[in-house]
Ligand binder design. Structure first.
Ligand code: SAM
Length: 293
């Protein structure tokens, strides 16, 4: 539920009894795409704001937290990621982070709603600055079907940068999708999924992701928490799954010597994010291996 009162955009989380507001200068854009209602606002202090079906997607000011954590832990855990596929992520922020890795030869953004990308090009040009990189490929269609069709064993890292698990994104949080992703991954392959708020969703969505990934054959599963001020509770997470490799170990020296700029991610942030809070270890007891707690 959203409200626009006296120059404030508010997203109300009715079942939590909370709300998040940003003071806005003006609405820049509104349209009903074939998939969702897309709105863009100019805010007073957070730059531009993208909203899909009333839910805050990103702002210019704080999206780097989410995009860097969706990308770099997974890419510095895989031994040599060459082909990376982003499911969703139409704002192109994750694609930009992926393409910072010089070893990546091919990156795909598989977004169901082309309008999200077109409006991001217009209102978030800084996120789209690598879109002309010859390694960048765009497919506008359903990520669930794309994963069914892709050549088995051909992908190194899958990043599921989706909306909440409702509507077209529901099937991206499902056992069948993880099975398809598992088949798509090559040796040492990793899938990483945005996994909502640790405070709100550990017993539900995060627990289900752990269970489903393991059932699909991804034997190692690790949730990493990070701040994201504009999402419910301000605390968010991603969950990585791997067939073969424990996810506690990453290419630390490569992370330290990364040949590109980050604003949040570094070796210490990565190490810290691997430490799962005790209440999550307790809640995921049946799902978490002792060495991952
Ligand atoms: N960071 C955001 C968050 O967690 O709220 C997500 C950003 S990104 C804009 C999410 C994108 O996932 C949306 O543009 C949406 O259209 C896309 N999406 C949802 N379901 C999809 C599907 N089945 N296949 C491909 N893209 C999908």
């Amino acid at each position: 539920m959203t409200a626009l009162n006296d120059g404030w955009f508010t997203e109300v989380f009715q079942d939590q009894g909370t709300a998040f507001s940003l003071q806005v200068k003006r609405k820049l854009h509104e349209e009903q795409t074939p998939f969702q209602k897309l709105e863009i606002y100019e805010t007073e202090t957070f730059g531009n704001l993208m909203v899909l079906d009333g839910c805050v997607m990103l702002t210019s000011r704080d999206n780097f937290l989410y995009h860097e954590m969706m990308t770099h832990p997974a890419l510095f855990t895989h031994k040599n990621p060459k082909k990376v596929v982003i499911i969703g992520g139409g704002d192109c922020g994750t694609l930009k982070e992926v393409l910072k890795h010089p070893g990546v030869e091919e990156a795909w953004q598989v977004e169901i709603d082309e309008r999200v990308t077109r409006m991001s090009e217009k209102y978030f040009p800084e996120l789209c600055e690598s879109n002309d990189d010859p390694r960048a490929n765009f497919f506008f269609g359903d990520g669930i079907q794309w994963m069914r069709d892709v050549e088995p064993g051909s992908v190194d890292v899958v990043i599921v940068d989706s909306t909440d698990p409702v509507g077209p994104a529901e099937g991206l949080f499902a056992l069948d999708f993880y099975r398809d992703a598992m088949a798509a991954l090559g040796e040492g392959g990793i899938i990483v999924q945005q996994s909502e708020s640790p405070l709100l969703h550990t017993d539900t969505i995060i627990k289900d992701i752990h269970g489903d990934m393991r059932q699909a054959g991804l034997d190692h599963v690790q949730t990493l928490a990070f701040p994201q001020p504009v999402y419910p509770t301000g605390w968010w997470s991603c969950t990585m799954g791997s067939k073969e490799n424990p996810l506690k170990y990453f290419r630390e020296e490569d992370a330290v010597n990364r040949p590109f700029v980050t604003r949040y991610y570094n070796r210490g942030v990565h190490q810290g994010a691997l430490a799962m809070p005790q209440f999550m270890v307790d809640a995921l007891e049946d799902e978490v291996r002792p060495e991952e707690g």
